[in-house]
Ligand binder design. Sequence first.
Ligand SMILES: Nc1nc2c(ncn2[C@@H]2O[C@H](COP(=O)(O)OP(=O)(O)OP(=O)(O)O)[C@@H](O)[C@H]2O)c(=O)[nH]1
Ligand SMILES: [Mg+2]
Length: 445
Amino acid sequence: MGFFSKVKTLWKGDAGPQTDAQPVADGDTRASSTPTDESAPWRDALTLELRQAEPRLSQWLEVIVSGIDVAGPELWQRLIFLFTALQAPEDEARKFVAAFESWLDQMGYLRVSEFKSELQYRLALALDLEDEEDERDRLFLKLSEGVAKTKQQITRRIDSLISAHGELDDDFWDQLEEIFIMADIGYESTMDLVTRLKDRARAMSVNEAAGFREVLAAELDVLFAPKKRIVAVNPPEVVMMIGVNGVGKTTTIAKLAYRAQMQGKKVLIAAGDTFRAAASEQLQIWAKRVGAGFFAKTEGADPAAVAYEAMDMAVSGGYDLLLLDTAGRLHTKTNLMEELLKIRRVLGKKHEGAPHRSILVIDATTGQNALSQTKLFNEGVGVDEIVLTKLDGTAKGGVVVAVTLGFDLPITFVGLGEGMEDLRPFNGRDFARALLGAENEEQEP
Ligand SMILES: Nc1nc2c(ncn2[C@@H]2O[C@H](COP(=O)(O)OP(=O)(O)OP(=O)(O)O)[C@@H](O)[C@H]2O)c(=O)[nH]1
Ligand SMILES: [Mg+2]
């Protein structure tokens, strides 16, 4: 917690005496290959190098692994050194190393090149340094080529729209509508967005097409302004995952559990999808893989009973987080909504305030269907936030804008693949700005 700001001051260079960054000496017994002790000269050299590096996790990691080819005591010592240099508790560092070592074992990895990106991902979570990385660049990198291409096309079309028009006249707005619709923003959302843009242009007294980008950026900033939310909860925190079948609920639970475990939380996963036998097995495998606790009943059991007993286990077992999976049968059947409402009631009765978050999972590749699903679930059971999956498999991505325009709900994470680390915190504003070309032109080919 708060490492980010601490880190910044620490590495500004004006953070006081050098001893600030001197880590506590470690007496790691595994570090037997290094015959030296706490006065080892490599520490000073490493400290200086770290202080000179650009203050980013990726750069620090480069320094840490330089000259090391394989996992082993030397790398562990250096990692522990990095933790303490960032003023993170040393026992956290040791726990981190132990967990990472066992993961390497399990995966059969040895070479740094095989595990460096996983190491960086885990460090970012453990050290609370995620914001510091340029998420947006990485996001677009991982998105489907389709989205990247669409982004380029939109930027280009808006460029030529601007250069072809002196003024923001009717023809300009008509053509803009076309561009937005092409980006899969949808008809209604497009009409809404264009109306807003016209109003904003007027309010900003922008009449020239040349000022359009500024108008667009200003409007997107307002539309995507993150809302302050009370995130504190009376533990255990209870999260309910909802959505139609196949959208990625179970996978997302595994990914969220993985993130939370990396952040040092004790996580319980409960199989509220008792509709399919395979669902519970799939979840159990995930739970085992990420090291989370697991609760299930038999196939066909009442999902509300699962919620009831899992809630008991979460409290008595001292868990920090309970993630409840649910079935994803067709949302047009009202009984699914009734079932979900019943689960909500049971959770709330057992633990006041629960569920603290109902997360609706929607699949980006379903395009405008995402909107009708959001509407149904939001009206039927209530939704607190959205996770948009499979953004790696779509060519458009305008669905992000459509969902934000249509509902007052934040998209908190996006899924960019099937792996556990493929869930990313999402900044809708940066994404929309980049997608719709609201930024100043960059060096696009
Ligand atoms: N490419 C990609 N695939 C994903 C992503 N998220 C989930 N998937 C895949 O989508 C498929 C369905 O995921 P599940 O997690 O089983 O979906 P579900 O909502 O639990 O499905 P039901 O339990 O049948 O309702 C699986 O093959 C996942 O690997 C993602 O972000 N990107
Ligand atoms: Mg499932």
